[in-house]
Write a protein that binds this ligand. Structure first.
Ligand SMILES: [Zn+2]
Length: 425
């Protein structure tokens, strides 16, 4: 595509200034409306800010009264033109293709283009900032309330979709003939990608598509993920803006996939409800298993969610199995806030050997685990209870700090302790 507009090369700042002058708005006025510092805005308009973050652009969209996707485009977050893969594939498939097939092929090609970037707990592990997590939770809880299903366990996803006015359009299917054609063109990649392609949402038609080959809990998660895209307003706006010729830059796409995953778990866990139920008793794999069944969330996702939110001192190591090979992949480590504060496993990486040994024991099928004696970041000795489980998709090891004798002795002096006769839950 040729860049006909000279402002194209000038970036988002000068274009915004032009726009503001056209609308006869003052810099301070716009800054106030956007909730952005006016000094920053003046730098931006001068072209001194190379690429404002998407979250800033969202605010600016309000201030300048321009659609958010347009600003994303101006800032270079949206790529235009078909990728080589798209072009090759579309020319191969020809024009005798109906809308449904086209939709499928598009989703398929997106997955091919982004390779491993399709979402899954294993591949999209980046953490989101706390402010972002809180914002996502607000949107999800509002939708649950609107669907009259706040606090209902397991979350009735059909009811939630209805409230969001989304239609379960059906299952994405790839007929033998289509698959054969695609295989002819793309080889084994077709099956690899197909197994990764789990769901799709068509924003304009408000349709959600699900890959039927997934196991039921995975389907629930994927449905939650697609609802997540819909419930986050900037996703809705942005995805509706994209078409055959416009696509999100891969790094932004990854970010959006992580946000949709976060929305999915918020939806399934009913905000902090899962965490509150988990904190009723000392955390063990049995407790996690029971809650996973009750909330209808996979063991892996339940364990991760609880450990990330719990008030208990816990850490979780998960090693996923490769979907095609079944081989275990390098583990991920999740620590509760209080655990990380006390032991600094994530920050220092000091427990790597210990974690690998525990995973190895779990794979061997150890029935019982001796408590581990470790030192915290202040050099104090502590004991960790170890618990593990193997699922068809992963091996999980849970570490929970046991109360030390000195802490028990200190408890009566602590201002926060309840009188011995009161039991609170
Ligand atoms: Zn997605």
């Amino acid at each position: 595509m040729s860049k006909e507009d000279p402002a194209d090369t000038a970036g988002v700042g000068p274009r915004l200034r032009e726009l503001r002058e056209e609308k006869d708005l003052g810099l301070r006025e716009v800054a106030k409306k956007a909730g952005v510092n006016h000094g920053y805005l003046s730098q931006l308009e001068r072209g001194d800010v190379a690429q404002p973050a998407p979250a800033i652009l969202q605010k600016l969209a309000r201030g300048y009264d321009v659609p958010f996707p347009v600003l994303m485009d101006w800032a270079g977050y949206i790529e235009s033109g078909l990728s080589a893969n798209h072009e090759r594939a579309l020319s191969y498939l020809g024009e005798e293709i109906d809308d449904k097939e086209l939709e499928l092929v598009r989703a398929f090609l997106d997955a091919i283009r982004s390779q491993g970037a399709t979402f899954s707990l294993a591949s999209l592990d980046g953490e989101l900032p706390g402010e972002e997590l809180a914002r996502i939770r607000r949107y999800v809880l509002a939708l649950l309330r609107q669907a009259d299903s706040l606090g209902e366990v397991p979350t009735p996803l059909g009811q939630v979709m209805e409230a969001a006015e989304l239609v379960a359009a059906g299952e994405m299917t790839l007929h033998a003939e289509e698959r054969r054609k695609l295989r002819h063109r793309f080889g084994d990649l077709v099956d690899q990608v197909w197994s990764k392609l789990q769901g799709a949402i068509h924003f304009r038609a408000r349709e959600v598509w699900i890959n039927p080959e997934m196991y039921p809990l995975r389907k629930r998660f994927v449905l939650g993920h697609e609802i997540g895209h819909y419930v986050l307003p900037e996703h809705r706006e942005l995805f509706a803006y994209l078409d055959d010729k416009k696509r999100l830059r891969p790094d932004i796409r990854d970010l959006y996939e992580r946000q949709a995953n976060q929305a999915a778990i918020e939806l399934l866990a009913q905000g902090d409800r899962l965490r509150r139920e988990a904190d009723d008793s000392p955390l063990t794999m049995d407790v996690i298993d029971g809650l996973a069944g009750r909330f209808r969330i996979s063991m892996q996702a339940t364990a991760r969610r609880i450990v990330e939110e719990t008030r208990q001192d816990c850490a979780l190591a998960i090693s996923f199995r490769g979907s095609s090979t079944g081989m275990l992949m390098p583990h991920h480590l999740y620590c509760s806030e209080s655990f990380e504060k006390r032991f600094r496993w994530k920050m220092t990486g000091s427990a790597e050997t210990l974690i690998r040994q525990s995973l190895a024991a779990a794979i061997e099928g150890a029935e019982q685990y001796e408590p581990l004696l470790v030192t915290d970041s202040h050099g104090r000795g502590s004991a960790l209870a170890v618990d593990a489980v193997q699922t068809p998709r992963a091996v999980l090891v849970l570490f929970r700090a046991l109360p030390t004798r000195s802490r028990i002795l200190q408890r009566p002096h602590s201002w926060s302790s309840a009188p011995a006769t009161t039991v609170t839950h």
